[in-house]
Design a protein. Structure first.
Lengths: 194, 194, 194, 194
DNA sequence: GATGAATGAGAATTCATTCAT
DNA sequence: GATGAATGAATTCTCATTCAT
């Protein structure tokens, strides 16, 4: 069986995803993990820490992948497409983590929240840089602010948690491709579309 | 001064928007509204009812507007654009209500939740019908499922609550136009884009 | 029956005096008072507040009495004697309160502790002023610092909580007279004692 | 570096003196001592045992010294004076130990508490015997019960923990002399003071 | 209509102690 | 000798809701 902290994070992920951080009692988490409350507080300073852990894992993973993709040699449109597909696929592949991430953004206590915001901003900015690169080089339309485009797209990604189901008709890959396609299409330069 | 129930809804809206339903105590709501707990329970059966009220108001309003727009005489692309702009603008104009709506989706107790889901689905389906009409008539590309397109777009709208600020550089109208533009552009038929 | 907050303060006084603040559970207090925990937190913000209440009552009462005595017309030695007797008698008459006061000095949370220290210091200084008046006027010996004398005497008073019993051979009045006598005697000018 | 049990007693002394027995977690003690909890429970049966150890050391030391002083050849007044100075000086020289002793009197569990009370009583009685000897031989006034005098004086000594500071204007020796002086003066026979 | 005292179930967290290694 | 993971009971405090007035 997995280690105690691992089991705790898994249990917490499942429960937080399903009911939301505030609706989950520590007791439920430890029951599902099959340990006692004392054990949990041995490894995690607080309920908050569990959230932080879940939170951080996915964000770090996606940030790393984004950086690798963004730094690649392909044309910017291809890199943006790959990044868009990737964030959808990894969010769906780690669906519980992602749902916790998407909905419990502001349940962290002040200091950890600040820390997370910094990490999230880095992610946002890396993504925006891709958009801006395309705008600068004339590959993407420049009449829409890059920031707004990033928010626009990540809104769609975050919303996945509210409707996507693995039992539905679409695979993660398919959703990722559609999303990327919609994004890339909407960025096509205006004159080209005459 | 406004009526007691009105003041209560206003106070609840502000607080739920700022801290999330679960983080707001009934005591805080009545304090902000300047009434007592007894008064609140005189008008509302439960804390839940306050959420339901806030929730329902915005949804009903937006549904009505969507139906009026969708039933109009303009070409489908123009109706979709107008609907997209409208949902952004009304969400920003009623920002606290919208934020409550966006984030507290599943905090309602079972029966009211079901009822709300029905209303939301009607909204979703009305919007989807517009997309499908465009796809059927060849105005929009048909290689992306209409359902997915609606989720894609409403993800962006819901996300507004997490980044938009009236103090920022963009007005509600501007954001609405950009969002609508991105949506419409991404729906342009594939062959047209050669 | 007394009011709920009154009953709570009484119960808390008895228990804190007997076992010390840290050894008393809120549950014990409310059980003894015959109310529920909720009721207690309706009237008192915290367990701390109960302590603060007990604390403050005695201190305020003794401060008032000291000020009245000190401001009287009698010769300073008589006023000091009266003050000394009074603090012993009122401490014994309110023995549980006094014991809480004597032993739980530093169990208050920071801000209330500071406030209490200010009040206690005022008491101390008023008492010291009496000693200094006697020293200045040659009634008391001046070769011992007044501050030290006050600490010396109040040490004895505080210690009452550790040994005095109403069932013992001495009444409060008798102890008060003896204490005052020891104090006054020890303050007699040095030359007089040749 | 000192031995593990020694380090533990030192750490506990410092912490118990500063915050009171009940406010110190075993974890804090072992952290400060730089050992683990297991190590502590290897040497001490319980948290209580640490207190007992601290407690006992000072008490035994002061009892021994008192007995040596009391058994000396000097006149009783001089022996009492020496004893009074000594208890002040040794209390200040071992200030943390003394503060633990003064304030944590009744935090020991039942059996150890009883044992300690016996030792403390022996100390008290030895001191009282000195007073009584002086009263019998006419050196001290006899109109105040010897027991009360001992309580009176040890109240002052115990109170040291609440106000004395090595950074203040008075050395331990000076305080000891003043205290002894006040005590001896207050014991001067009544007729002598005419 | 409206009050606010009171309830009671449950929340997160702490902590001395044990025990397999 | 020593570790540190794990326990489990207890603790303070919160809060939506009820109800006599």
């Amino acid at each position: 069986m997995a280690s105690v902290p691992e089991r705790l994070v898994e249990a917490a992920t499942r429960l937080f995803a399903a009911k939301g951080y505030d609706r989950v009692a520590v007791q439920e988490v430890v029951d599902l993990a099959g340990v006692t409350k004392g054990a949990m507080y041995h490894y995690f300073g607080s309920k908050d820490d569990l959230l932080y852990e879940i939170y951080g894992r996915l964000l770090r993973m996606q940030t790393e992948r984004l950086e690798r993709i963004a730094a690649g040699p392909a044309p910017v449109a291809e890199r943006l497409r790959a990044a868009a597909v990737d964030v959808v696929v990894t969010s769906v592949d780690n669906f519980d983590q992602a749902r916790v991430y998407f909905r419990s953004a502001d349940h962290l206590a002040e200091d950890k929240r600040r820390e997370m915001r910094v990490e999230r901003r880095r992610y946002h900015e890396r993504f925006r840089a891709l958009v801006e690169e395309g705008q600068r080089t004339g590959v993407f339309r420049a009449d829409v602010p890059a920031d707004l485009i990033v928010h626009y797209f990540f809104g769609s990604v975050h919303h996945l948690g509210q409707w996507y189901s693995a039992d539905g008709p679409l695979s993660a890959e398919q959703v990722g491709r559609h999303f990327a396609d919609l994004l890339l299409t909407s960025l096509r330069p205006v004159e080209e579309s005459r």
